[in-house]
Design a protein around this ligand. Structure first.
Ligand SMILES: NC(=O)C1=CN([C@@H]2O[C@H](COP(=O)(O)OP(=O)(O)OC[C@H]3O[C@@H](n4cnc5c(N)ncnc54)[C@H](O)[C@@H]3O)[C@@H](O)[C@H]2O)[C@@H](O)CC1
Ligand SMILES: [K+]
Length: 479
């Protein structure tokens, strides 16, 4: 099953992998025509009722694959208002090829022929709310007709994610949907064909540009809508928590609080005026800080624990106690990772080990990335956490869904890049619903930032180069 948001991401990933949507549209239209042929013999009358989006575009293609039939294409609206370039190109091909086309200017002028088959391509996944005119009247006319109704992707007026129809909707006999089954089609009284349209498996497995669609923001957003993060780190090191916090800001967090031992608090403060620093008594994180941290953490969307903590016994104990009582979202990195296999927690954990850290957590050591991704998935299920295992190919898995990231380069072996990744992950985990998606996009952005840094500095790149480039990787289309 695939939701329409995920489908849009996969579709954009396919384009990033060199399979543009127009090619997918050609396959979709071909698949629709194949199902039409199952219902009617050559010579039969086929009426295509198309909207002005890509759902209609699929059907313009289908018409070209039905030359042995008596086909007419009825467009809801004027051709000048076709909304996408690829749908328009396919419409123009119909006009140039002397196919029978009709533009329906308003609901009174809907006049469908006595057809054997009607292809419903008014609206697909782009629908919002109840069908407007003239689509609503056209849906009624389609439902009143004697014809077999074949819907493209989803019956027009039905929500592909939920199956709900807020107004009039097409009652289809058969739905030809693409790539994967849609949740909203399962309960319909219609046959469903899931057509393979040639989307490479890599578009689902690898994190690519299309995954960045998850970051689109509502123009009505308020402060705090995009995540508040608490970074718990530092002690022997002050740079690591500061780098992570800086990266969290650049990955879009609205607020970043940094809880560090007071011995380094002023150092951390001096790194950036954006940080809200919360000093903890003493020189290292210790069990005595846990209650205070739990109070602080309760107000955040996510916690990052680990950067620069060091491996003192008291600090390990404190990490274990914190995780045992915390029930929100936590990104766990560096020295804090050792606590994970032992602790019983209600928290949603996202762990970001490199392969050495994964082994000391009791995880698998596998060289080949494909085998490693299976092994990481099993280990994620075992420890009941989302894992982001760093490597030339980063593997992200919660045991059910596994993604792989390919951005990044050998220049990123320099110190501090892991702190940047942990900070980016915490920001995205705080802002997005799905931890696998968040961790996958974080790995992608961090690696992409590293690639941009190498363009500028070669292998002389340093970790502080990365945070501003993370922002470019996430939000600058040209990066
Ligand atoms: N995502 C993918 O990977 C692919 C998608 N394809 C097709 O593209 C479709 C989605 O295309 P689009 O995103 O262009 O969207 P649609 O073609 O579903 O609809 C967009 C149009 O509908 C109008 N609209 C929205 N809500 C309406 C309402 N309530 N009443 C009347 N009109 C309304 C919009 O103004 C817009 O013109 C899919 O359903 C599928 O058929 C395929 O071509 C191939 C691959
Ligand atoms: K449709």
């Amino acid at each position: 099953m695939i939701t329409s948001d995920r489908m849009a991401a996969v579709d954009a990933n396919a384009a990033a992998l060199g399979v543009p949507r127009k090619q997918l549209m050609e396959s979709s239209g071909n698949a629709v025509a194949r199902v039409v042929r199952e219902y009617a013999d050559p010579g039969a009358t086929v009426a295509v009722v198309a909207g002005r989006g890509n759902n209609g575009g699929d059907a313009f293609v289908a018409a070209r694959f039905l030359d042995q039939y008596d086909v007419s294409v009825h467009l809801l609206g004027r051709a000048e208002t076709i909304g996408t370039e690829i749908a328009r190109e396919n419409w123009d091909a119909l006009a140039a090829g002397e196919y029978e086309t009709v533009e329906i200017k308003d609901s009174r002028s809907i006049d469908l022929p006595d057809a054997d088959v009607i292809v419903d391509a008014m609206l697909g996944t782009g629908v919002t709310g109840a069908l407007r005119e003239p689509a609503a009247t056209a849906a009624g006319a389609i439902n009143d007709a004697e014809a077999t109704v074949i819907a493209v992707d989803v019956p027009s007026g039905v929500d592909a994610d939920t199956g709900a129809a807020p107004g009039t909707a097409v009652e289809a006999d058969h739905v030809v949907t693409f790539h994967d089954q849609k949740p909203g089609l399962s309960d319909l009284d219609a046959d469903v064909t899931v057509a393979d349209i040639g989307i490479p498996e890599a578009a689902e497995l690898f994190v690519e540009r299309g995954d960045l669609l998850a970051l689109d923001r509502d123009p009505q957003s308020h402060k705090g809508d995009h995540g508040e993060v608490l970074v718990i780190g530092g002690g022997p090191y002050s740079g690591a928590p500061a780098l992570a916090a800086r990266a969290a800001f650049r990955a879009g967090a609205d607020l970043v609080r940094v809880a560090v031992p007071e011995s380094i608090a002023s150092d951390v403060r001096s790194f950036s005026e954006n940080f809200i620093v919360r000093p903890l008594t003493g020189e290292a994180l210790a069990p005595g800080h846990v209650d205070e941290l739990l109070d602080l953490a309760a107000e955040q969307d996510a916690v990052l624990i680990g950067p620069g903590l060091g491996d003192a016994e008291v600090t390990r104990d404190a990490v274990g106690e914190f995780l045992a009582s915390y029930d929100g979202r936590a990104v766990v990195d560096a020295d804090a990772l050792d606590a994970v296999p032992e602790v019983e927690t209600d928290a949603d954990l996202v762990c970001t080990p490199h392969q050495g850290e994964l082994r000391s957590m009791g995880g698998p050591a596998v060289d080949d990335w494909e085998d490693r991704s299976d092994a990481v998935a099993s280990f994620a299920a075992e420890v009941d956490a989302t894992l982001l295992v760093k490597g030339a190919y980063d593997v992200i898995s919660d045991g059910e869904t596994t993604r792989v990231n390919r951005t990044g380069n050998p220049g990123m072996t320099v110190g501090g890049t892991g702190d940047v990744l942990a900070g980016v992950t915490s920001a995205l985990v705080s802002a997005l619903d799905d931890p696998v998606q968040a961790a996958g996009v974080a790995a992608y952005a961090n690696g992409r930032a590293g690639d941009l840094a190498v363009d500028e500095h070669g292998y002389g790149l340093v970790a502080t180069d990365l945070p501003p480039l993370v922002a470019d990787a996430l939000w600058d289309d040209t990066a």
